[in-house]
Design a protein around this ligand. Structure first.
Ligand code: SF4
Length: 459
């Protein structure tokens, strides 16, 4: 389904849409306060962008350097060309060690590769240990935000979900009580797990180590109890030196949730004593993006979610309307690059206000890429006729100022006199969302009758 249809499902619940918008705007404001409290904020953004662009320009060398250093530290490094190969590698590692119980911390890459359903189909019990991810997993939903996966769910709904699955009291909605119930539930899963799967926030070529950032410490626990740790990372997560890390750690949490730093920024250098560490390096279309100069900067992304929190379209349409692991402005670039036909509506889910570009900590020119992407989809003839035909009509009107002015006059008159049902009806999605002036209280027929009566009296 295209974005407008899915968005209209979300906006049908006006209360939820309003509350979702407010919740994300609150996070955006926290981010602003944090950004303004760091005098060198813009300098940090410049540095982060330059480091990422430099890394991408020499990606093969840095990947080889990372692989060599990680191997020297005792990790086993695997290469996956696409999502299928990534899933197969993870499954083979688990199967060869007779693992069936797995805990997994938040990883957008594994969402992108649909790892959970794949492992479950192959007999694995996979438990997401991030609280928000566990909530959506129990509700059999996908995350709606990359940092706040359950932002679309109210605490009362979490209470109902926990009552059904974890046996909490019926009607309970106290966050402290529900969080404690989740902790107890997840502790059992951690203790029973035979393997821990994590994502990677930053991998350092110079050291062969990597960093995982969480607020709940779930990644640390998930890889400290079982002896097998599988870390899945997209190849763009690389940075050259350990000294580059501070730039990104200072930007990430401030941009994501308005915190000075994530509660846990855990460093991994090889397997723990008596344990095994596997690192799966995943391409899945990233090399193709590197080759496209107009979209290459989209690989700078550190998945902070700031562009989602600020986007007026995302805030009002919800993450599920993007039907992808990465929604919002950055998802509207990355998804159509990979599957232009499937995601052709996403670059149009944008007002081109540029707010995403303003907040992006790694200076991705998001709104400009979105505009470019529209052109690319046009060239590939991947835009629906329902969009191209009105655009063609608008182009021919815009080219003729006299027609534009006449059109404006006609539209103004029509809006004054058009009967309301022509605007507000289920077939007109545009009108449904608008609060236009009411049509005049008197109908044409009444006005005509009044006029004839007047004429009759004058005679
Ligand atoms: S595009 Fe920028 S703002 Fe959006 S998630 Fe990525 S790093 Fe954050």
């Amino acid at each position: 389904m295209a974005h407008p249809q899915l968005a209209s499902k979300f906006t049908a619940n006006k209360e939820r849409a309003h509350w979702h918008d407010k919740a994300l705007w609150f996070v955006r404001q926290k981010r602003d306060r944090m950004a303004h409290s760091v005098p060198e904020w813009e300098y940090l953004r410049e540095c982060a962008s330059a480091i990422k662009q430099h890394t991408l320009s020499r990606l093969p060398e840095y990947l080889e350097q990372f692989e060599q250093n990680a191997r020297e530290r005792g990790a086993v490094v695997h290469w996956a060309a696409d999502a299928d190969e990534h899933n197969r590698i993870v499954l083979e590692i688990l199967k060869s060690r007779s693992v069936t119980q797995v805990v997994k911390s938040k990883s957008m890459l594994t969402e992108e590769c649909h790892l959970n359903p794949f492992l479950e189909q192959n007999g694995m019990d996979v438990v997401d240990t991030d609280l928000g991810e566990r909530i959506v997993q129990l509700r059999k939903e996908s995350p709606s935000h990359i940092v706040l996966p359950a932002i679309h769910i109210k605490k009362e709904e979490v209470g109902d979900c926990f009552h059904e699955h974890l046996g909490t009291e019926s009607g309970a909605s106290d966050p402290a009580y529900l969080t404690e119930a989740a902790r107890q539930h997840l502790r059992e899963k951690f203790c029973a797990a035979e393997a821990g799967i994590t994502g990677v926030n930053f991998a350092i070529a110079e050291t062969g180590g990597f960093v995982i950032c969480t607020n709940e410490g779930n990644a640390d626990l998930g890889v400290s109890l079982p002896r097998l740790h599988i870390a899945c990372m997209g190849i763009e997560k690389l940075i050259p030196r350990a000294s580059d890390l501070s730039v990104f750690l200072r930007l990430l949490a401030r941009s994501a949730t308005g915190q000075p730093i994530t509660t846990y920024s855990s460093h991994f250098h090889g397997p723990r004593e008596g344990g095994e560490l596997h690192i799966v390096l995943v391409d899945n279309g990233r090399s193709d993006i590197v080759k496209q100069p107009e979209f290459r900067r989209s690989l700078n992304c550190i998945r902070c979610g700031a562009c989602m929190n600020t986007c007026p379209v995302y805030r009002r349409s919800g993450g599920h309307s993007y039907e992808s692991a990465v929604p919002g402005p950055i998802g509207s670039i990355l998804n159509p690059i990979r599957e232009p036909e499937t995601h052709n509506s996403l670059p149009f889910a944008c007002s081109l206000c540029g707010s995403c570009t303003d907040v992006c900590p790694v200076k991705i020119d998001l709104h400009e890429q979105l505009l470019t992407m529209r052109g690319e989809l046009g060239k590939k003839k991947a835009i629906a006729l329902s969009k191209t035909l009105p655009m063609k009509a608008a182009t021919s009107v815009m080219k003729r100022p006299w027609l534009f002015r006449a059109g404006g006059r006609i539209a103004r008159t029509a809006l004054r006199w058009l009967p309301n049902f022509l605007i507000y009806n289920p077939l007109n999605a545009w009108g449904k969302q608008r609060d236009l002036p009411q049509s005049p209280a008197k109908s044409f027929r009444e006005l005509f009758r009044e006029r004839s009566d007047k004429k009759g009296k004058n005679k």
